[in-house]
Design a protein around this ligand. Structure first.
Ligand code: MN3
Length: 250
């Protein structure tokens, strides 16, 4: 039995929760799976079904910096598509059962393109929506400010380095502020939907705490080819309280 069919039997497919391991299944489902391919069924029993998170503010809340139509398409079509394709890719994969999204990204290989691209897409966009604050950003404070000053000299110098990484990423991708394994802040960029959590893939590894999407779909309706103008607008929207919370959670 394929995993998706098995999940339908348990009645939890699409529920947006971690599917409980085997012991939570009904006796009928359990015995049917066991009778066909018990080892495979046990290995694949625990899998997370991911759902599109709420944006957390209205589509027009970031206008005019980021227009409502861009936000609506970006969240409702692009991000929703990554979530749907991630669930489909996981249903066809083995080895990711019971893992969180961060653990999945840490374990994904370069050739597992469905999980790599769509898992990255889901994680990256989830971080991105929260990284922006309607009405403009505040300023870094406390431990985050201390870490930025220690690593970059000032918030302005950090913005400069982050913006350069975003501007110079060739083609589609992301720029990141991330925490390295030495617990230091650093800036990098990645292609496509890769990110520093992908320890089997990423050149620069760590935990992202701020990311900017520089795919053209993030800005083209409003800014066309002027990626630099979009980056400038984004850096004025940064929700620094959220970045602080992300740092504290690393
Ligand atoms: Mn995007």
């Amino acid at each position: 039995m394929k995993k998706r069919e098995f999940l339908k039997l348990t009645g939890v497919l699409g529920a947006g929760v971690v599917v409980a391991p085997f012991m939570a299944c009904t006796e009928a489902a359990k015995s049917e799976v066991k009778s066909k391919d018990p080892e495979k069924a046990v290995a694949e029993a625990a899998v997370t079904i991911f759902t599109l998170p709420e944006l957390g503010y209205a589509f027009d809340a970031l206008a005019p910096s980021i227009d409502a139509q861009t936000m609506e398409i970006h969240h409702g079509k692009h991000h929703a598509g990554y979530v749907k394709k991630l669930n489909a890719a996981l249903a066809e994969s083995t080895g990711f059962g019971g893992l969180t999204l961060k653990q999945i990204l840490a374990n994904v290989s370069a050739d597992q393109t469905g999980v790599r691209n769509n898992g990255g897409g889901h994680y990256n966009h989830s971080l991105y929506w929260k990284a922006m604050a309607p009405g403009g950003g505040n300023a870094p404070e406390g431990a985050l400010l201390d870490a930025i000053n220690a690593q970059f000299g000032s918030t302005e110098k950090f913005i400069e380095e982050f913006s350069t990484a975003a501007k110079t990423r060739f083609g589609s991708g992301w720029a990141w502020l991330y925490v390295t394994s030495e617990n230091k802040l650093a800036v990098c960029s990645t292609p496509n939907q890769d990110n520093p959590l992908m320890s089997k893939i990423a050149e620069n590894q760590g935990t992202p705490i701020l990311g900017i999407d520089v795919w053209e779909h993030a800005y083209y309706l409003n800014y066309q080819n002027k990626r630099g103008d979009y980056i400038g607008a984004f850096t004025k929207l940064i929700n620094w309280s959220q970045v602080s919370a992300n740092l504290a959670a690393v």
